[in-house]
Design a protein around this ligand. Structure first.
Ligand SMILES: [Zn+2]
Ligand SMILES: [Zn+2]
Length: 128
C-alpha cells in the first residue's frame, strides 16, 4: 500500500486502493507557483484515501472548479481535486519510496517556466 506525508508529518495518508502508476507533471503557472516548480502527481479514487493524520490539512480554492490541499504547518503541497470529481490528485513527491511509478506525461507545457527544459521522452501536451 502506498503511504505519504507532508514534510512535518501533520498530514499522513495511505492509498487503500488502485492509484495510477504513472506521474503527470503539470507545468501551468498556477501549479508552478503553488508547488515551487512543477506539480507532479498520481491520481486515485478519493474513497481510497485514508488519513492517519490530518491536523495540518487545509484546502485552498485555487479556482472556481478546483481546490488544492496543503499542510498549514509546513506548507507542503499535497493534493489537487476538481470540485466535481470522484478522484484526487496526490503529490508524487509526498509519497514514500519506492512508489514503482514512472513519469507518464507532461501537461500544459506551453506555460512552463523558462529556466528548464523537459528532457525525458514522455508525451508533452499543450493542455491535458
Ligand atoms: Zn506538514
Ligand atoms: Zn497545473
Amino acid at each position: 500500500m502506498l503511504t505519504g506525508r507532508c514534510e512535518c508529518g501533520e498530514v499522513r495518508f495511505r492509498i487503500d486502493g488502485p492509484a495510477r502508476d504513472s506521474v503527470t507533471i503539470c507545468h501551468c503557472s498556477q501549479c508552478r507557483r503553488s508547488s515551487g516548480h512543477v506539480w507532479a502527481s498520481t491520481h486515485a479514487p478519493f474513497a481510497a484515501l485514508r488519513f492517519d493524520a490530518e491536523a495540518g490539512l487545509t484546502w485552498y480554492a485555487s479556482s472556481d472548479f478546483a481546490k488544492r490541499g496543503f499542510c498549514r504547518f509546513c506548507g507542503s503541497s499535497l493534493f489537487y481535486r476538481l470540485n466535481d470529481e470522484d478522484g484526487i490528485g496526490i503529490a508524487a513527491g509526498c509519497l514514500d519510496v519506492p512508489t514503482g511509478f514512472r513519469v507518464g506525461k507532461h501537461i500544459f507545457v506551453k506555460d512552463k517556466g523558462d529556466y528548464y527544459e523537459i528532457t525525458d521522452d514522455t508525451p508533452q501536451l499543450e493542455r491535458f
